[in-house]
Design a protein around this ligand. Sequence first.
Ligand code: SAM
Length: 261
Amino acid sequence: MKSNHRPNKSLGQNFLVDARVQGRIVDSCLLKPEDTVVEIGPGQGAITSLILPRVLKLIVIEKDRLLASELKKNYYESHLEIIEGDFLKWDMSVLPEGLVVVGNIPYYISTPIIEKILQHKDKIKRAYLTVQLEFGERLAAKAGTREYGSLSCFVQYYADVKLLFKISPGSFHPQPKVHSCFMSLTLKDRPEVQAKDEEKLFALIQKSFMQRRKTIANSLKGVTEQEQLLEIFKKLNIDPQSRPEELTLLNYIAISNLLMV
Ligand code: SAM
């Protein structure tokens, strides 16, 4: 799309200019002709044009007024809806179920964007996002790795997360200072094991990871009487001397559920 627009740093504007990566991104989304897709931050339409011919409906939401109006001037397809607005404030309740969300998103609001996607898990079946590589590695990290932490547990409770491929800074204009990656989040109908109280589960996980060098027994001191805590570890076959990153999400759910008995 032709544009006189100058990239606005405060809106996280790094446009994807590498045609090979644009194609790879859209191919990876496994879109079907019956899909309704939401694109967050279409910018100058780098991937919008490639998504359009593949789906039933495409709704794009762009915060930059100038970019949104340029998109409106350049696209006439009746199955494309262009919304000028902030994805984080957007009321998604009127949207149909089974949505696919796609976005090369601004990195400074990656976490709230993902939180919003997870909040609408009843509407969204899959999300595909370009994020900062380091952040993506944390989202997809498994127990026992350096990247694994409370964010990994939070997201993986609701979604199967995959880091699909890395993207180098040279694929964007202007070039970001960091490397990026393309991720998929497949929203689960329900978690593998349901937490009795999700808020309490995530508070417990955050507390555990607050000081990663401490043993899990030390980190969780005070959540209940020490005797009960040790009993729970014993019952679950967890070594109280383990470090927080050695415990799986299922371990944390089990501890949290036993704390509530
Ligand atoms: N998708 C385009 C591409 O791949 O070239 C643009 C990517 S750029 C990293 C992020 C885009 O998100 C920008 O167009 C920016 O204006 C837009 N944006 C920033 N904050 C937003 C928000 N809260 N809601 C919707 N769009 C936003």
